[in-house]
Write a protein that binds this ligand. Sequence first.
Ligand code: SF4
Length: 244
Amino acid sequence: MSETLVVNEIYLSLQGESTFAGLPCIFVRLTACNLRCSYCDTAYAFTEGEKQSVPDMLAEIRKLAAPYSQSINGHKMPLIELTGGEPLLQPNALPLMKTLCDEGFTVLIETSGAHDISKIDPRVRRIMDLKCPSSGEVLRNRWENLRHLKSTDEIKFVMGTQEDYDWAKQKIVEHKLDAICPLLFSWVQPLTPEQQDKVLKKVPAGQTPITRLELAEKIIADALPVRFQVQMHKIIWSPDQRGV
Ligand code: SF4
């Protein structure tokens, strides 16, 4: 395999935001994204990165995974997650994921939901965003992706405002999303000054911020069939630390 990818970073940490949260995970962060979500905490991955051959990436991943010999709930450890940026912008991400699946890894991909997910190896767990209004990118949702999702995938709503919550609640009913796969409601921690990149979209005017507590209490009051989550790595490490 002689394909290359532009890679921002590859590192071992803990999976922080999905039904796999807390498990050891190798993150493969690919460079570039065509969205500019208001809350994006990885703007550094829009442009920073080095071209790397897929064989070299595989060697690095295998080396990081070498100390692990056990599985958890049938999943070989560590997990491997492709993230970004937007990993689907680079076509060679597809053969990389296939090879990792062939090697027995449980592979996750975090994608914005603005690209076709149907070409991804069916063994990959697709964690797909539905962009809420406060992201500034709500019009980029590719709704036709919904019909490709399976019960092993996950839909994530990142929420910063009351309007996001109301929107997500409506979309769950409208598209019967809870019948498809697990739904994640993720509270967005406000960006640190260092993370506030000027290229990011502004939260549309007139929206009301929602606190973590308000989001949790609304989910309970409305008996929503969703999983509440916070960005675990921002609680464990400094919110703007990279490589964790
Ligand atoms: S989809 Fe949004 S949050 Fe994800 S990397 Fe792109 S701009 Fe950042």
